[in-house]
Structures are given as C-alpha cells and as structure tokens.
Design a protein around this ligand. Structure first.
Ligand SMILES: *[C@@H]1O[C@H](CO)[C@@H](O)[C@H](O)[C@H]1NC(C)=O
Ligand SMILES: *[C@@H]1O[C@H](CO)[C@@H](O)[C@H](O)[C@H]1NC(C)=O
Ligand SMILES: *[C@@H]1O[C@H](CO)[C@@H](O)[C@H](O)[C@H]1NC(C)=O
Ligand SMILES: *[C@@H]1O[C@H](CO)[C@@H](O)[C@H](O)[C@H]1NC(C)=O
Length: 429
C-alpha cells in the first residue's frame, strides 16, 4: 500500500515533469515593442532569425509531413540556431470550420487537394512519419501539433495569414490579391484572423501574428483594382488588427504593405494616406505597442547593394532609424519576413543575397541605412523541400528550399555553412 502510494506519487511527479520538461520562463511573453525593438516581458530585446514553413496551399496543413516527423523538421530548424518560424495558413481553413461546423479531417483535406488515389498514399506516409495522427486528425490539430513541437524546442511562432483560398500564393490574377478580390472576402478574413487569435492562446510559443501576406493590385476586376491604395489599406488593416487584439491582447501584430509587401513608405513616413489627410500614427491605436512592420525583398537581380539598401530604407526600414536624420515619423520594429533565392552553390553569392545579409546583420550598411543600429529580424523563404501540391503539380520540388526534396537533409550544404548559419549568428550574436 505504502509502496503503491510512493510509486503513484513518483509517477504523478514524472508525468508533471514530462509534460513541462522546460523551465516555464520561455518565451517570457507576451512581447511588446519599445521604439524600434521587440522586447520580452522582462524588457530584453528579442530579435527574430528564422524561416518560413508554408501551410497555406491546397491541403492547408504545414508542408513536409509525408516525408518527415514534425519533431525531426523542428530539430533541423533548431540545428541552424534559428529562433522563429513564420507559419503560414489560409483563411479557407477557418471558413470551412464555420461552414461545416467542424474542422476538416486530414483524409478529406488530402482527397480534395490530391484526388482519392494519391490522398490514400500521402495519408499513409504522413501517418507513418507522424504516428500520433490518424485519418480523422483535423487540419487545425496538425497546426496545433506543429506549434507544440516548435514551443517544445523553444522556437517562437509567427503565425502568418498568407492567402484566403488554400492555394499557392501570389499573383495578380489568383483572386486573392486585394480586399474584395474574387476569393478575398473581407468579412471572412477578419473573422478568420480573430478566430486564430483566440485559438493560439493554447500555443506557448506564439509570439506574433500577421494581418495579410503581400497585398497587390488585381488584374481581372477593375472595380476592385480601383480601390487599391493606402486609403482602403488603412481602414481594413487597422480594423483587422483591432479584431485580433480584441480576441487576444498578447500577440504582436505585423502590418504588411502594398506592392507584394515591398513598401510601407507613406505609413512609416507619416504621409497622408487619403484625400482627407489621414495619416498613420502609432499613438492612435490602443494596441500601439503591439504594432510591428514587415517587408519583403525579391530584387534578386540587384546589381547595386547601396541602391537596394537605400530602397529598403525608404520603403519602411526607416522606422528603425532613431537618429535625428530619420525620415520616419513612426518608429517601430521592421522585419524582413520574406526573401530567398535558389538554394544552390552560386545564388547565395549574388549581390542581392549578400547585400541582405549585410543589411540585417549590420555588417555592411550604407547610406541612410547606416544610421540603423542593432540587428534586424528576418525569415527566409523557404523551409520546404517540396509541396504536397503547388499550382496543380503534386510533389512539387522547391529549388529555393533549405531542405531537399524529401526533407531528409539540406538541399545544399555549402549555402547552409557559408550563408544561413553565419546570418543567424550575425543576427543573434
Ligand atoms: C484572371 O484572368 C486570368 C486570365 O484570363 C485567369 O487565368 C484567371 O483565372 C483569372 N482569375 C480569377 C480569379 O478569375
Ligand atoms: C490597377 O490599378 C492601378 C492603380 O492603382 C493601375 O496602375 C493599374 O493599371 C490597374 N490595373 C488594372 C489591370 O486595372
Ligand atoms: C543556381 O540557380 C540559378 C537560378 O536562380 C542559376 O542561374 C544558376 O546557374 C544555378 N547555379 C548552379 C550551380 O546550379
Ligand atoms: C499522384 O502524384 C504523383 C506525384 O507524386 C503525380 O505525378 C501524379 O500525377 C498524381 N496522380 C494523380 C491522379 O493526380
């Protein structure tokens, strides 16, 4: 009896310890902003250095699970020293929950995206690598499992609404480019953001959420295209951000810009956004200390690093410049949440790739950008490997992936050693 009691107590303790193997301090959230920095609950600066893990395409779950366990994928990210994943999702996943009253199971998600025959094969592969799942595990439960393992390995989660419809993003004709576009229902988008904001309270590593990836003009619908610009941007983005903050006051909220998120120029500079003279002022928002800016750079053919950095500064990184000469009115963190290139033995040596490395680590800033102090957060596009399906092609190979086709190792070790790891170290040192 006594022995049994001792054993029971021992098991109970072991179970408790097993459930919380890490000290409870991490991630020291919730995060907020302080001038150009993200700071944790103790006021320590937090800088992101990581990678995009896509989960917004047709199946609407994180990629790669037919080739690898979640744990192995997360361990690979961790082995580079990275501390954040930009995890992308589609609003359609949440629309399905509202429409059907329940989340879609893996079996159905795969069948809809891949057809019955391949769905059976791919489901078996996913289950063999990730035996805690079954055919009835739902999409959001897969996200939950990815988030749990990222948290377990102490990698921050930046949850990114990538697109409305679950499909490869982004083009001018895909119907997801701008508020009111064919598949971009604004009310559903705001509903989806708020839903996920509430849902992620259960993710210990969740640190931040985005509003929308790469807003852009639309080609097909001139009436929708005619509303493209900063006036509607301001209205819809601030309204959606308020919805996230109301649903969950903890996450940082990332504001992206126009032109495929290549510019936030009038926002950071505090210039009028409409004829009435509306300007973006951080102080106007209850969640002012949650606002972070994000930009992308895909000027892969750049030949002039000084010009590239000058453009990055003018398009929004000026918000990091706290010197007297700054051209920004709004000072806040700005992150490079997408950039990337062919992960082969030569592309990392381009002006573009090297210039961005110098820009974020601060090892080679020129012109106006030289006034920015500290390092700049970033996430490289992209972790995959390959996609369940991309633009109609199943098992699509991603030449820009850090991982190889079957997610078993790095696509090109030279790039990992000469570029990725030094960039992480240069950013987080
Ligand atoms: C827009 O037009 C292009 C070219 O006609 C077409 O391929 C595409 O499917 C259209 N997009 C939408 C959302 O209707
Ligand atoms: C869309 O609107 C922009 C102005 O915002 C204009 O430059 C562009 O030509 C328009 N494109 C189409 C296809 O209507
Ligand atoms: C790397 O990819 C680029 C295309 O982005 C190509 O031009 C170049 O030849 C490739 N290099 C190697 C070594 O394959
Ligand atoms: C099944 O997937 C393979 C790639 O793994 C693809 O080549 C083939 O076309 C797919 N079959 C169907 C019926 O879609």
């Amino acid at each position: 009896m006594l022995l049994n009691t001792i054993v029971t107590i021992g098991l109970t303790l072991a179970a408790r310890v097993g459930a919380h193997p890490r000290p409870q301090a991490w991630p020291n959230g919730p995060f907020k902003t302080s001038g150009p920095n993200i700071v944790d609950a103790h006021g320590n600066t937090v800088t992101y250095a990581g990678v995009n893990w896509p989960g917004a395409a047709d199946v609407m779950i994180p990629e790669g699970l037919q080739y690898s366990s979640i744990q192995d994928i997360v361990s690979k990210i961790k082995s580079l020293g990275m501390n954040v994943v930009r995890l992308t999702y589609a609003i359609e996943m949440i629309d399905n929950i509202f429409d059907t009253g329940s989340d879609i199971p893996l079996s159905t998600a795969l069948e809809t995206a891949l057809g019955a025959d391949n769905a059976t094969i791919v489901l078996d592969q996913i289950l063999s690598h990730n035996p805690s799942f079954t055919a009835s595990t739902t999409r959001l439960e897969v996200f939950d499992a990815v988030a749990a393992e990222l948290s377990n390995q102490r990698i921050y989660i930046h949850l990114d609404n990538h697109i409305s419809q679950g499909t490869w993003c982004c083009s001018l004709t895909d119907g997801n480019g701008w508020f009111g576009d064919t598949y971009f229902d604004v009310a559903n988008w705001k509903r989806g953001l708020a839903y996920m904001a509430a849902h992620v309270k259960a993710w210990p590593g969740l640190a931040s959420m985005s509003l929308r990836n790469e807003l852009r003009q639309v080609q097909n619908d001139s009436a929708v295209n005619a509303t493209y610009g900063w006036e509607l941007w301001y209205k819809d983005m601030t309204d959606a951000a308020a919805g996230i903050h109301a649903a969950n006051p903890d996450p940082l909220i990332f504001f992206s810009g126009l032109e495929y998120d290549h510019t936030l120029a009038p926002v950071t500079a505090g210039e009028p956004l409409d004829d009435a003279g509306t300007v973006f002022r951080l102080a106007d928002f209850e969640y002012a200390d949650k606002i972070v800016f994000e930009l992308h750079s895909y000027d892969n053919a750049a030949t002039d690093c000084a010009a590239l950095q000058s453009q990055l500064y003018a398009h929004g990184f000026n918000a990091l410049d706290v010197s007297a000469e700054t051209t920004a009115v709004n000072v806040a963190p700005v992150l490079l949440t997408e950039f990337g290139f062919n992960q082969n033995a030569t592309d990392y040596q381009t002006v573009y790739a090297q210039c961005l490395k110098d820009f974020v680590t601060g090892s080679g800033r020129t012109g106006d950008a030289a006034r920015i102090t500290g390092t700049i957060g970033w996430m490289q596009w992209v972790l995959a490997g390959s996609y369940y399906i991309r633009s109609g092609t199943q098992d699509y190979d991603e030449t820009w992936g850090l991982l190889n086709h079957d997610w078993s190792g790095w696509r090109e070790q030279t790039v990992i050693d000469a570029y990725n790891v030094p960039m992480v170290e240069g950013t987080l040192a």
